[in-house]
Each structure stands twice: as structure tokens, then as C-alpha cells.
Write a protein that binds this ligand. Structure first.
Ligand code: GLU
Length: 548
């Protein structure tokens, strides 16, 4: 068979060869050891934590080594594509601090290795297919769907390996004339690899996360180009990662079983394959069953990245948490470098787990508390403004009015040796501070029963003696005096020792004041809170509580 002639027959319109593309997409000139990575999402409209997890690996591996991080859009599966998914994807990753140097951008693409949309690279895949056909390593296959299903049914019945290979690859050796006839009839072939694999032979690959992997060779004549002229994932991955000069392919472990196909395709093209980095899926402990399982789109809202954006998790907090589950020595590093930028941590592919990564939202919240404790009040305020603008216009209006007050609020117990750690994410933060604003104020705690009869009197005396310029000691001295005058113990321990001698203790009295001012029985330092509120608001609150 004259394979060259066959290649010409199948792809008459293709005049470039892979050699031409070698020149168009030359090797990158980067410093020694620089990694070129890519994120290759399909625009299905659902961006999840797993995507971010992988993207962070790509981003860290590339940027830490002085390399390049590319965003390539894998849109060859037209059925799964969702309109408008790409800008959302880019903006979402951008929110979490994943910046791409090259590839898809919100308004098109940037870089010398494009197009970065697979649907626009058809001519490159075809040129590569043409080469493979001309060397007898691939062939046009016209088998119908029914024929393939019949074969599969027969294989299942006889309990043999399913697929199109060996004797089942019925169109492997169609004559030139037969192909010509079918094409003239308007039949559209797929292009299949003519596999030369031997299942008793094993090949080895050094995975950067998993170490050496040994697998049997591929025997399947896999489809590499679909009838519509677009490639399958297998072929697109090989061609694109080669011509985009990707050095490290970070992808999910679900691709491991296809590795034999990919390694064979690289060999067929005469190229070296990139370093594979198969990461693990994200797992959690099911709240109901207590069993470990994969995070699921249906059951776990926290899988979606939108979840974190809506609740207003700080991007750094999510990134920092992901680093803790990506590299187990991150936490140790953080303890030794509490104030360092997390990008200074030496991230390593080989330090990643190969046996399942656990996601735990309460751990994320803990990390977030620490991250926020390191931020300035202004940074928190600005983030809250952005969050409210996006998700809660009513709150945004309030925040705009109260910009300065917000900084004072976030400054309570910030900095110093032991900063407060009660801020986690925007929605929770708003909830935490909303009593400062009259329109959101409500009584959330029960008045202490010990003071029920004296509540109004306590508040009356308190208001009478209240002076906003009092420092903490003077302020508390006045509260204690009211307590004593009304028959409450000045110290809780006195009350505990002799409960019959008192109505209650100073804590109960101050609780009345705290609830009157904040609506809550616990809050940060009340003296400071009142100074931030100002005399008018404090007076209003006390008077309102006296009226109940
Ligand atoms: N488009 C593939 C996916 O979304 C990419 C896999 C890869 O990174 O190679 O799973």
C-alpha cells in the first residue's frame, strides 16, 4: 500500500506537515529547569475546587521555576459546551489568584503558540494525522456505530477485551480504491491509530507525583480524529502539549488508564512526551455515613468555586488552604514563617500525595482565620466592599457610607501578639459585625435571668454615668459600682462562693449592658465597641432596651 497516496486522498487540503509546525512553534527559550504547564479545561460551565487545585499546581510549578503557565480551552466536545463558560472560568480562576501568562484571556488569547482553543486548531491535528497515515501508523475507518456496537456485544458475550483492535479493526487494511470509493460516496471516516502495542510488553513512565509507573502497552486502534474533523482528547493532548512546548502535564488521576495510548501516540509522532503529573481526586468524609468518598457535584455545594465566591472567602485563604493539602510540609513552613508571602513556600510536585487528598471545610475555616488575622483592617474593609458590591447591593450601600467606621471595627484587637481570630469569610464577617448598624441590629441573646427585675435600673444608672471618654478601667469600675449598689457581687468568684448573698454578679450586669448595646451576650471589648459607635448610637441602644 502506498500510504503517502492514501494520506493525500484523505487530506488533500492539508499542505503543511508537522515539520512546518516545528518551525512555527519553536522550543521555548527559558532558563534551565523552567517548567511550562497548562490548565486545559473543557468549557462545561462548572468550575470546581478540583480545577482550582490542579490550576494551583500548574501556577506554582510554572511561576516558581521561572516558566510559563498556559490556559488552553479544550472545546472539542461540542455537546458539553456551555455558552459564556470561558469568561466565567477565567474570571473565577483570576479571583483565586491564578494568573496565566499565555493562552485564553477574557478578551481573546495571547501568546505565540496559539490558537489556544482546540476547536480552532483543526488544521494542525489534521497535518499530524496526515503524517501518521502517510507512515502507515493511522488509517481512515468507516465502520458504522451499529457495526461497532455489534462487535462490542460479541466481545462481551465471549468475555474478551472490548474495543477495536487486531481482528476487530476491520478497516485497518482497506484498499486505496475502497477508501476512494467510500469517500466519493460522501462517507465520513474517523481516523484511527494503527496500534502496534503488545499487551505482554510493559512500558515505564516517571510520574512527577507518583514516581515510576509501569503499564502494559496499548493495543487499541483508538480514534484520534472524529468525523467532524476534530480530535479526541487523546490526540489533542499529544499534539497540543507538544506544539505548545508544555514540559509538565498536571491532570487528574482519571487519565492514568489512558496513559498507554498517550505514550504510544507520542512515540508514533516521534516526539518525547512531557513529564506527567497525575494528581489525586479530592475526597471528603461524608457527614452522614462517616465514610470517605469523592466530592460530588450533586451532594457537595462546596465543590463549586461559586460557593466560595458567594460566601466571600478571601482568595488567599482558599489558596493557602489548598497549599496545606497539596504539600504536607506547608503548615510547618507557615509556622516558621508566619508573615511570609505564601508564594515563597517551595512547592514541590514530588511532595504531593498520590493516594487521595482530603478536603475539610472546617480546616479551611481555620486557615482562613489565620490568613485574615494577618491582614490590615483596610484590606478587610476593601475586600468586604468588593464582595458586597457583587453580591449584596444593600449592604454595599451601607458599607460605602460607613467606610471609616468599618476600619475601626476591623481594627478591634487586630495586630499585636495575639490578634483576634474570629473573621472567616465575608458573609460570616458581616454577620459578626452587623450589630454596629441600626438597620441590621436585633436582640439575639436572652437577657440574664439574674437581672430581670433590675434591668431597667441597671441601664438607667449606666446611661447616667456613661462617659465615652472613660478608659476601660474607669468604664468597668462604673459597671462594677452599679452591680454592687444593686446587690450583685463585684466578682464572679464571690458569687460562686456565696450565691445566696447576691442577686448575681457583675458579669450578669455587664451582660445586660452588652445585650442592650450589641444585641448579643458575647462580643469583643464592649468599651471599644461603644467608642466606635459614638455617644448617640450608644444612648439610642440603651434607651431602646429600657423600653422593652
Ligand atoms: N479537558 C480535560 C479535562 O477537562 C483536560 C485534561 C488534561 O489536563 O489533560 O479533564
Amino acid at each position: 500500500m502506498d500510504y503517502r497516496k492514501l494520506a493525500e486522498l484523505v487530506f488533500p487540503e492539508i499542505d503543511k506537515t508537522p515539520d512546518d509546525y516545528e518551525l512555527i512553534y519553536p522550543e521555548r527559550s527559558l532558563p534551565e529547569g523552567a517548567k511550562v504547564t497548562r490548565l486545559a479545561p473543557s468549557p462545561t460551565g462548572f468550575i470546581h475546587l478540583g480545577n482550582l487545585f490542579g490550576a494551583l499546581v500548574d501556577e506554582r510549578a510554572a511561576h516558581q521555576s521561572g516558566g510559563v503557565c498556559v490556559l488552553r480551552i479544550e472545546d472539542t466536545d461540542v455537546k458539553r459546551e456551555v455558552e459564556g463558560a470561558i469568561p466565567v472560568l477565567i474570571n473565577t480562576l483570576d479571583y483565586f489568584g491564578i494568573r496565566f501568562d499565555e493562552g485564553a484571556m477574557p478578551d481573546g488569547w495571547k501568546g505565540e503558540y496559539g490558537p489556544y482553543w482546540q476547536s480552532e486548531r483543526g488544521y494542525i491535528y489534521k497535518a499530524c494525522c496526515k503524517k501518521l497515515i502517510s507512515e502507515g501508523k493511522a488509517y481512515p475507518c468507516f465502520m458504522s456505530e451499529e457495526e461497532i456496537q455489534q462487535i462490542r456485544a460479541e466481545q462481551e458475550k465471549n468475555k474478551i477485551n472490548p474495543g477495536i483492535y487486531g481482528e476487530y479493526a476491520r478497516h485497518r487494511d482497506l484498499s486505496y480504491e475502497e477508501v476512494e470509493r467510500r469517500l466519493a460516496e460522501g462517507q465520513k471516516p474517523v481516523i484511527r491509530l494503527r496500534s502496534w502495542g503488545d499487551p505482554s510488553r510493559y512500558f515505564k513512565v516517571n510520574d512527577a507525583i507518583r514516581g515510576e509507573i509501569s503499564m502494559p502497552e496499548n493495543i487499541q486502534d483508538v480514534v484520534i480524529l472524529k468525523t467532524i474533523g476534530l480530535p479526541t482528547y487523546h490526540f489533542a493532548h499529544v499534539v497540543d502539549d507538544h506544539f505548545m512546548r508544555i514540559s509538565h502535564v498536571v491532570r487528574g488521576e482519571e487519565w492514568m488508564p489512558s496513559l498507554p495510548i498517550h505514550v504510544q501516540l507520542f512515540e508514533a509522532m516521534g516526539w518525547e512526551h512531557p513529564v506527567y503529573c497525575h494528581n489525586t481526586v479530592l475526597m471528603k468524609v461524608d457527614e452522614q455515613t462517616g465514610q470517605k468518598r469523592k466530592l460530588s457535584k450533586r451532594k457537595d455545594p462546596e465543590l463549586s468555586l461559586e460557593f466560595y465566591m458567594k460566601l466571600g472567602y478571601f482568595p488567599e485563604a482558599v489558596r493557602e488552604y489548598l497549599l496545606t493539602i497539596l504539600n504536607s510540609d506547608f503548615e510547618e513552613w507557615r509556622m516558621a514563617h508566619p508573615n511570609a508571602d505564601m508564594d515563597e513556600f517551595e512547592f514541590g510536585l514530588s511532595k504531593m500525595s498520590s493516594s487521595g487528598t482530603f478536603f475539610d471545610i472546617s480546616k479551611l475555616n481555620d486557615v482562613s482565620k489565620d490568613v485574615l488575622a494577618r491582614k490590615s483592617a483596610e484590606e478587610i474593609r476593601d475586600f468586604m466592599l468588593g464582595w458586597a458590591e457583587q453580591h449584596h447591593p444593600d449592604i454595599h450601600e451601607l458599607f460605602e457610607r460607613e467606610k471609616d467606621k468599618l476600619v475601626k471595627i476591623f481594627d478591634i484587637d487586630r495586630g499585636g501578639e495575639k490578634p483576634r481570630k474570629d473573621l472567616i469569610y465575608a458573609e460570616q464577617i458581616f454577620d459578626f459585625i452587623k450589630y454596629f448598624f441600626d438597620e441590621y441590629f436585633e436582640y439575639e441573646s436572652e437577657w440574664p435571668a439574674e437581672c430581670e427585675a433590675d434591668r431597667k435600673e441597671i441601664l438607667r444608672r449606666y446611661l447616667e454615668g456613661y462617659d465615652i471618654s472613660d478608659d476601660n478601667d474607669v468604664w468597668f469600675g462604673k459597671v462594677r459600682a452599679i452591680a454592687e449598689e444593686l446587690g450583685y457581687a463585684a466578682k464572679p468568684k464571690d458569687y460562686k462562693k456565696n450565691p445566696d448573698a447576691y442577686k448575681g454578679h457583675v458579669g450578669h450586669v455587664s451582660s445586660v449592658i452588652r445585650i442592650a448595646v450589641t444585641g448579643r451576650s458575647s462580643s469583643p471589648d464592649l468599651c471599644t465597641i461603644q467608642k466606635i459607635m459614638g455617644i448617640e448610637q450608644v444612648t439610642r441602644r440603651i434607651e431602646r432596651a429600657m423600653d422593652i
